[in-house]
Design a protein around this ligand. Structure first.
Ligand code: SAM
Length: 248
């Protein structure tokens, strides 16, 4: 169960009404029952129900059952699309170990607004579902232009460019990603370094955006194969590709 409170030895955790309803009404837990808790910062803790009520209750942390498992330093930037598909992208990115999820507004982004709180809740549910102890932060919608203006020199961008249409079947190695992982050097140098994946909207990137991306030394254009994928499919394909080449 995710709780937005500190976890530690003997730490009491107050439940919200919804959490109490779930644990005591739906799951029928009583005083003394054990529950696994995480908050995205302190790992996973076994806690005991010390007070059970209809409107709330208290759990008390007993022992840590798993340390915090940090995901690789990978961000997913994507242009939000229809609500259900945007929800899908956030859910899958959280399951697949993205450390930060950044919805970006591009020239052809279909959506002007997002519900950041809803998307963050989806990330929490996904982390809960896959037994993760880390919850990626979902950022507010930001203009791609502005993000690229302050882009850190050491964070590479895997730009999923549908115009390549399979032309670069070698995926990431052409741009030094394989060397970066250390395959060419000592195998004991596995640091993939900071990365971001960039997925465009249904209309793709504008000419200006493409030109700008091409000028940035951090950008690695990548093909996801010879077919144009829907943006939500592309996000999952790109995360899988990154994980298989550079993930840990
Ligand atoms: N420009 C498009 C068009 O209107 O024909 C299609 C954009 S596609 C639906 C949405 C995004 O998914 C693209 O901007 C790109 O980031 C990614 N994408 C889809 N297929 C891809 C492929 N084969 N290779 C690389 N990226 C792809």
């Amino acid at each position: 169960l995710y709780v937005d409170q500190p976890l530690g030895p003997g730490q009491p955790v107050r439940l919200t009404q919804d959490q109490a309803h779930y644990l005591f009404g739906v799951m029928r837990l009583a005083r003394g029952a054990a529950v696994l808790l995480f908050n995205g910062r302190d790992g996973e803790w076994r806690a005991e129900v010390t007070e059970a009520g209809k409107r709330g209750g208290t759990l008390t942390c007993a022992a840590q059952t798993a340390p915090l498992r940090r995901p690789p330093d990978l961000w997913l930037m994507f242009a939000p699309i229809k609500k259900a598909r945007t929800d899908f992208i956030v859910e899958k990115a959280a399951e697949m170990g993205a450390a930060r999820i950044l919805p970006v507004q591009t020239r052809f982004t279909n959506s002007e607004r997002i519900r950041q709180d809803r998307l963050q809740a989806h990330a929490v549910e996904a982390a809960e579902q896959c037994g993760g102890t880390y919850v990626p932060e979902v950022a507010e919608l930001a203009a791609l232009d502005r993000l690229l203006s302050d882009w850190p020199a050491d964070r590479r961008i895997m730009w999923c460019d549908e115009n390549l249409l399979g032309a670069r079947a070698g995926l990431l190695e052409g741009a030094g990603a394989i060397e970066a992982r250390g395959f060419e050097e000592a195998p004991s140098q596995p640091s993939p370094g900071p990365w971001a994946i960039l997925i465009g909207p249904e209309g793709g990137f504008s000419e200006d955006e493409q030109a700008r991306l091409r000028r940035m030394p951090q950008v690695v254009p990548v093909s996801l194969g010879p077919r144009i994928l829907r943006a939500d499919t592309a996000a999952v394909a790109a995360l899988t590709l990154w994980q298989s080449v550079l993930g840990d």
